[in-house]
Ligand binder design. Structure first.
Ligand code: F6R
Length: 632
């Protein structure tokens, strides 16, 4: 996830672009850059200058760099990066300049390996590890082959790429034009008086204009000061010119009445709520380009470990802290149930301080959103020293844990700003599920048919997640009635099997943002102690999807009710057995029993969010917590 901006009009564009990027910093902040065309007179026959400045780190660094090397001009593009392909270095920062063309891009080009090999064979030299530079080369090639304009060259170039993009390109040979295009990644145009803005998101332009055009997938546009031409690009077959259909489209600007501050959260009250709602899209991004339904497998290049390692390991050990530890518990279950490989899961903060037996033949999976958690990092270093193979499942590209690991499987959730982890958790789940499928296929413990079935159902999950997100109002009512109105000081969360880590996660969410003490428990353990806590004042959240634990957990619900506990139950659609016993019921859609955690966690996140919001706590930055725990 990155942010892009563009400006064409009468004003000096560098400060406008920097300001726009600042509003998009939530989309990524590991490096940034601008490309600006200076149209002041040049020597006879010389095209205008195209200046590019890039820097690693937050935007302040780019600001400093531009103060040293000013970029005069009133046509330009900019980018703030959240690394996906290639580390956060200046060379990998956008814009990428090839010949006379500069390009910025948000998204992932799925066929980047194939295209890069093809371009290298043509003698093209790459200066970065990014997929974006490929797009810049493709445009340059089309111009060299006679495409009459930047727009035409970009159409032909884009007909070669597969994947997600919001892209902006400028050329010093056409200093009065910006070309932008969109497919899956967001892109919006702002229409001003004699000027046009382009951006990944409304906050970047709302200070200048409220008249915006939200582009649709397939749109490609030529922007001039005060004029916008939009076409729809349809690609058939191999992308040769005759295989492209282009139709002009008219899109009328819409007037938005968000305030700039509201827009930053896209109208959501808190980043946490926005991130809860982003989960279906985040999951699509994690799965994109990695899953092959044709043969029921995961692209090995994405996992980064050799098939020999997959076949030779004796055991998988998952290490993590907090929410990531809960995802790791589900991962452990999948590695055993799907891949049939022995697996254990450990709190990194415990593992590193005991004399754990680990070494050759073990594969350690370190799960971490930030990739910087001190305890996880230290545990990984220990395990590596002792000869274990290391796979990082991380969200922040180029962070410390992936750097220590032998291979990294990134979750592509995009920046998570709310301190309470939500979309990072569900994307960690999907990365671990993909790993289990990959491992099972390499060891031939998972058949092709079942693998295809799991992957097909995983791809369908975002639809089911959207259905559960529609229950947000119901979850708010439950939070109000059961937790806030009753001034509950304690809450119990119960689950079995794959719902056990979800019970842990539901309890963690509630306690960290609403400051209500909450316990997550394996439901079968209740009678070994916690049952003593249950009385009419105790809300008990029961996670009971349709799986082989359903009947057992139904008995646990009976036990809670017999002691007058108040039951809030997450149950399959149409359920009557548990529903009849519960005070409040949340019905979830039917999904494969292996995939229930993706769905059951959402109502628990929403209940925690609304309880905290109703209590008026600082939801995005709860007391005493930090997003990245780099202390031991
Ligand atoms: C809870 C939460 C934390 C993190 C934990 C590990 O909502 O966010 O419990 O999960 O601090 O952080 P990472 O995943 O960055 O290693």
């Amino acid at each position: 996830m990155c942010g892009i901006v563009g400006y064409i009009g009468p004003r000096a564009c560098a400060p406008l672009l920097i300001d726009g990027l600042r509003k998009l910093e939530y989309r990524g902040y590991d490096s940034a850059g601008l490309a600006v065309i200076d149209t002041s007179p040049t020597a006879l026959g010389e095209p205008p200058k195209l200046g590019v400045v890039r820097s690693v780190g937050k935007l302040g660094k780019l600001d400093d760099a531009i103060r040293e090397r000013p970029l005069p001009g009133n046509i330009g593009i900019g980018h703030t990066r959240w690394a996906t392909h290639g580390r956060p270095t200046e060379g990998n920062a956008h814009p990428h300049l090839v010949g006379d063309v500069a390009v910025v891009h948000n998204g992932i080009l799925e066929n980047h390996v194939e295209l890069r090999n093809e371009l290298v064979a043509l003698g093209r030299k790459f200066l970065s590890e990014t997929d974006t530079e490929i797009a810049a080369h493709l445009i340059d090639i089309e111009l060299a082959n006679g495409a009459p304009t930047l727009l035409e060259a970009t159409k032909l170039a884009l007909s070669r790429v597969r994947g997600a993009y919001a892209i902006a390109a400028v050329s010093r040979r056409e200093p009065d034009v910006i070309v932008v295009a969109k497919s899956f990644s967001p892109l919006v145009l702002g229409i001003g008086d004699g000027e046009v803005f382009a951006a990944s998101d409304v906050p970047a332009l709302i200070q200048h204009t409220r008249d915006v055009i939200f582009l649709e997938d397939g749109d490609i546009c030529e922007l001039r000061a005060g004029a916008v031409k939009i076409e729809r690009l349809l690609v058939h077959g191999d992308g040769s010119p005759e295989r492209i259909t282009v139709t002009p489209v008219v899109r009328h600007p819409r007037r938005i009445d968000w305030s700039p501050a509201q827009a930053e959260k896209q109208g959501y009250k808190h980043f946490m709520l926005k991130e809860i709602f982003e989960q279906p899209t985040a999951l699509e991004n994690t799965l994109r380009g990695r899953v092959s339904l044709d043969d029921g497998d995961i692209n090995s290049g994405e996992i980064g470990l050799s098939p020999e390692i997959a076949r030779s390991i004796r055991r998988v050990v998952l290490l993590a802290c907090g929410t990531s530890h809960h995802a790791a518990i589900a991962g452990r279950n999948w590695i055993e149930s799907v891949a049939k490989v022995p697996a254990t899961v450990e709190l990194a903060s415990e593992f590193r301080y005991r004399d754990a037996i680990i070494g050759e033949g073990d594969l350690v999976i370190a799960v971490s959103q930030s990739g910087e958690t001190a305890d996880t990092l230290a545990a990984v270093r220990d395990a590596k020293r002792q000869g274990a193979h290391i796979l990082a499942v991380a969200n922040v590209v180029g962070s410390a844990i992936p750097r220590v690991a032998d291979a990294s499987l990134y979750t592509h959730a995009g920046p998570e700003i709310g301190v309470a982890s939500t979309k990072a958790f569900t994307t960690q789940l999907s990365a671990l599920l993909m790993f289990a499928v990959w491992l099972g296929r390499r060891r031939e413990t998972l058949g092709e048919d079942r693998a295809k079935q799991i992957l097909q159902r995983a791809i369908e999950l975002p639809t089911a997640m959207r259905e559960v997100l529609d229950l947000a109002d119901a979850c708010q009512k439950i939070a109000r009635r059961q937790i806030v109105a009753t001034e509950a000081n304690h809450c119990l969360f119960l689950g079995r099997g794959l719902s056990y880590p979800i019970a842990l996660e539901g309890a963690l969410k509630l306690k960290e943002i609403s400051y209500v003490h909450a316990e997550g428990y394996a439901a079968g353990e209740m009678k070994h102690g916690p049952i003593a806590l249950i009385d009419a004042a105790m809300p008990v959240v029961v996670v009971a999807p349709k799986d082989h634990h359903y009947e057992k957990i139904a008995s646990n619900v009976q036990e809670v009710r017999a002691r007058e506990g108040r039951v809030i139950a997450v149950v399959p659609k149409g359920d009557t057995t548990i529903a009849e016993l519960a005070q409040d019921v949340i019905e979830i859609p039917d999904v494969d029993p292996e995939l229930t955690p993706f769905i059951t966690v959402i109502p628990l996140q929403l209940i925690a969010y609304h309880a905290a919001d109703l209590k008026g706590t600082d939801v995005d930055q709860p007391r005493n917590l930090a997003k990245t725990v780099t202390v031991e």
